[in-house]
Ligand binder design. Structure first.
Ligand SMILES: [Zn+2]
Length: 279
């Protein structure tokens, strides 16, 4: 399952708490050739050597990207955007399947596995800006959990664009950061908007409903400790069930009874209710 803003925030908070002040004594990478070929880790894998002996100074997130800050201007950027699992074993022991394993000076272990598209990079401070994920999530966009995400901003930045909604809300050109296809389906259904509508075609009420739905879903997912398939670094499962998404396959709409449909849209699929979301 995808790691979007709420899950990245939960993971970063936990990593900050669990790892602060601990020193990386050893690391191991698996499946390296394939990971390099698809751009999921540094092209030059020897750059990971620089994390060895470094101490964790803290972990933060913005958008879907987690930054673990290390001493001597080093960082780990972790963004299991389309799927991944990060697991912390405070006592060490047998690690679950991983792509990166870190061993710390107190015997604890952290593993990261990318299960779909996502990245794990070892990056020096001065090179952070060369990373697409860092630029997109830490340097650009407006995040729906920050103060600058206001109704006025949403109306003036998004409501005026004569394009379909997905590229405005999700992906590399989006005005917002932290949302992926999972949230897109969920918020469109909650706001009663068909995915093919353009921002400029929406009434002010619809646009405001969309603005509120995004805010609501992000807050609920933070409150309920992530989506229902999400596992945090301690293996605890999240409690948020999306109002719309693959979990609604073969079901009827709880509001109007219309069978839920699946639509190819914007390079992916979206589930929707054609009763509540009129084209
Ligand atoms: Zn419906």
């Amino acid at each position: 399952m995808s790691i979007e803003l709420p899950e990245a925030r939960i993971l970063a908070g936990q990593l900050d708490e669990a790892l602060n002040g601990k020193t990386i004594e050893a690391y191991d990478l698996k499946d390296v050739e394939r990971m390099i070929r698809i751009g999921f880790v540094n092209k030059d894998i020897s750059e990971f050597e620089e994390i060895k002996g470094k101490t964790v100074k803290g972990a933060t997130s913005r958008g879907n990207t987690i930054r673990v800050r290390l001493t001597d201007s080093m960082n780990l950027l972790i963004a299991p955007e389309y799927g991944g699992v990060i697991t912390y074993l405070p006592e060490g022991g047998k690690a679950p399947k991983y792509h990166l394993k870190l061993g710390f000076n107190d015997g604890s272990i952290l593993t990261t596995r990318i299960t779909s598209m996502g990245v794990i990079y070892a990056v020096r401070d001065e090179s952070l800006k060369d990373s697409y994920m860092y630029r997109r999530d830490f340097l650009g966009g407006v995040s729906p959990d920050e103060l600058e995400y206001t109704w006025e901003w949403f109306r003036d930045a998004i409501g005026v664009v004569n394009r379909q909604l997905k590229p405005l809300l999700v992906g590399k050109d989006a005005h917002l950061i932290g949302l992926s296809n999972a949230t897109f389906q969920d918020v469109l259904y909650r706001a009663g908007i068909h995915p093919k509508r353009k921002a400029t075609e929406l009434s002010e009420d619809q646009l405001q409903a969309l603005y509120e739905a995004i805010k609501h879903v992000i807050q609920e997912r933070l409150r309920l400790k992530g989506k229902h398939q999400f596992k945090d670094i301690h293996g605890n499962q999240g409690g948020y069930i999306p109002a719309m998404g693959p979990n609604m396959k073969d079901k009827g709409c709880p509001k109007c009874g219309t069978p839920i449909e699946k639509l190819a849209h914007g390079g992916g699929h979206v589930y929707l209710c054609t009763g509540c979301q009129k084209e």
